[in-house]
Design a protein around this ligand. Structure first.
Ligand SMILES: [Zn+2]
Length: 309
């Protein structure tokens, strides 16, 4: 069987990308941490130098200030004023030196924060990778190939499959599109166009083929394809039920009044009734709920039982 992309492969690819992100961040963190002591020593030296200069300037400021006071007391107002102006400019110089020192101090802190955050990012990516790997172990391996021939969107179909019970999907090896899907009548004379075919393969897995679908008013081709897939998965699910569950369903089926079936053509076939109710529960559960509370409840139980592989 040709391997396409599967959800499991998506998970593994995501895990691999998280592992390389963890590696990258780890290398970045270690590089920054190795550079840190030298950068720290240099910055501290610059800071000490700036503080020393600021102290000297402060000294000059105090001298101007006291000279200005003396001049003022001696009545030399013009000199006092000029000294005081000088004092102001010296004070500004001192403030600028202190602020440069603070900027360098901030830079020093951010260097440490940077490698610490790289280590944290590496740790987070590693943890996420491990979670994704756990998910990959049980992720479905169903190959979905609808898009190329049906004009659909495989990823959109995959997203829809994500919402369905995964342990039903675990039986399904592939879901493919075959526009020429048809069956031939028993006498071999008539060839009938077929919308879908689900078959159990000799190895035990299931292959679902989707034929060309009729246009339905108000529904996109993706909606129609998803509905068809859901119906077929209903058959797969039915096949895997216990005899007790099948008997319970048969009882629900036979007690349904003819006008209360979810589809008009399933009243004489409990398996088709099951597949249709499975589809409705997957796509529009409220409709099934309104139609038949007991069957809706039964489907709810089935879905919760089959959610996890
Ligand atoms: Zn069917």
């Amino acid at each position: 069987m040709a391997r396409g992309h599967t959800r499991q492969e998506d998970f593994l690819a995501r895990a691999a990308s998280l592992h390389s992100e963890a590696h990258r961040e780890g290398v970045r963190g270690r590089t920054l941490k190795a550079q840190y002591p030298q950068a720290r020593a240099q910055l501290l030296e610059q800071i000490t130098q700036l503080r020393r200069e600021a102290d000297e300037v402060a000294q000059r400021f105090r001298q101007r200030y006291s000279a200005a006071s003396d001049a003022y007391s001696a009545g030399e107002k013009a000199l006092a004023k000029s000294l005081s102006l000088e004092g102001k400019s010296v004070q500004a110089e001192c403030e600028s030196l202190n602020s440069q020192a603070s900027t360098l101090r901030g830079h020093l802190n951010s260097l440490r924060a940077e490698y610490e955050s790289a280590f944290r990012a590496a740790e987070t990516a590693k943890r996420q990778a491990e979670e994704v790997e756990i998910g990959a172990k049980t992720a479905r391996t169903t190959v979905v190939k609808i898009a190329t021939s049906a004009g659909g969107d495989d990823e959109a179909v995959e997203n829809f499959l994500d919402s369905l019970p995964q342990s039903v999907l675990q039986h399904v090896q592939e879901i493919t599109h075959d526009p020429n899907l048809a069956w031939t009548s028993a006498d071999g004379r008539t060839k009938v166009e077929s919308r879908r075919r689900t078959e159990w393969l000799p190895g035990g897995g299931v292959r679902i083929q989707i034929g060309s679908q009729p246009k339905k008013p108000g529904l996109s081709s993706l909606d129609v394809i998803n509905a068809t897939i859901a119906h077929e998965l209903g058959h797969v699910c039915y096949d895997t039920l216990s005899d007790d569950s099948k008997a319970e369903w048969f009882a629900l089926h036979t007690e349904t009044p003819v006008d209360r079936f979810i589809a008009h053509d399933v009243f004489d076939n409990d398996e088709e009734d099951f597949a249709e109710c499975f589809r409705f529960h997957a796509i529009e559960p409220k409709t099934l709920q309104k139609h038949d509370v007991k069957k809706a409840l039964f489907m709810k139980g089935i879905f919760s039982m089959f959610v996890h592989p």
